[in-house]
Design a binder for this molecule. Structure first.
Ligand SMILES: Cc1ncc(COP(=O)(O)O)c(C=O)c1O
Length: 284
């Protein structure tokens, strides 16, 4: 089953839930959230009861991930709130109620973005580095989609650990730069707590100015395709046979193409970009 880029985070988060003796997993996302669907599937597999809080009105006809949630027999509750913070607050309220009923809930915030989940993306960066070395490639630039911040936080930490000199760009499909940067910093600080002491010298280096976020490619908002994003999606499908998604990775690729077209990325470099496409774990 596909699950966006969330599986690496869940490896750590659901292990923690098991260790803490939870019996119920409560998480939240947009109506078509990949994160909530894949969390529900893994929760079932591991013997938890999943409860999903989806932000939006319940549609009459359940399509795509909503259809799959039904197939999985998952309890879905619909909420209508304005932002990620309020979605996380709604989770806490549900968890409190479950505790009163004698349940042992484990809360996973929007997108699984918490420090523990970011550790999965430090692992991803180790893999990326070893593939890069084997292929004898050098990147001057790396582009990462950053929706709720956890993926970028892990990649950023991996980048520091490996002393990478490439420029790391987080492309936001959803939140303004300041907001997503704050979420990334929270994930880095929380993730650093799980690292051994050698990491502390890296975490003390986290300076908001070193977190480069581009929020120029959001368009009309979350889940709304943009012209530049659809152009990028088609180009990569035609030329590489790789399918990007219009919500996240197509907007990131649109940003990368813009940097190339406008000369922000110098064309003369031999390998002038690397892009990590989290859900497929591949390099272009
Ligand atoms: C395909 C894809 N890329 C990137 C992201 C963003 O990751 P994060 O929420 O950790 O910032 C998501 C989140 O759902 C995703 O599904």
């Amino acid at each position: 089953m596909t699950g966006g880029n969330k599986i690496r985070k869940l490896e750590y988060i659901l292990a923690d839930a098991k260790e803490k003796g939870a019996d119920t997993i409560v998480t939240t996302g947009g109506l078509q959230s990949n994160h909530t669907k894949i969390t529900a599937a893994f929760a079932i597999k591991l013997g938890f009861k999943p409860i999903l809080l989806l932000n939006g009105r319940e549609p009459e006809v359940k399509k795509a991930n909503l259809f799959i949630n039904d197939l999985l027999g998952v309890e879905v509750r619909y909420i209508q709130v304005g932002n990620q913070k309020e979605m996380n607050q709604a989770l806490d309220m549900v968890a409190r109620k479950l505790k009163e009923e004698g349940k042992r809930p484990y809360v996973i915030p929007v997108g699984g973005s918490k420090g523990l989940g970011s550790l999965g993306y430090i692992d991803a960066y180790h893999e990326l580095e070893s593939q890069r070395r084997k292929m004898n490639l050098n990147f001057d630039w790396e582009f990462i989609t950053t929706g709720s911040g956890g993926t970028f936080a892990g990649i950023y930490m991996g980048h520091l650990i490996h002393g990478s000199e490439s420029k790391l760009v987080g492309v936001s499909p959803w939140l303004p730069a300041g907001e997503i940067r704050d979420q990334i910093i929270d994930c880095i600080n929380e993730g650093a707590k799980y690292m051994d002491h050698s990491f502390l010298r890296y975490s003390s280096k986290v300076d908001p100015l070193t977190i480069h976020i581009d929020d120029q490619f959001i368009g009309e908002g979350y889940g709304k395709p943009t012209r530049a994003g659809m152009h990028a999606l088609k180009l990569i499908a035609f030329t590489e046979g790789i399918l990007l998604d219009h919500v996240y990775t197509a907007k990131t690729m649109a940003c990368l193409l813009h940097y190339v077209e406008t000369g922000i990325i110098e064309k003369k470099s031999k390998y002038y970009f690397g892009i990590l496409v989290p859900q497929q774990g591949c390099l272009l």
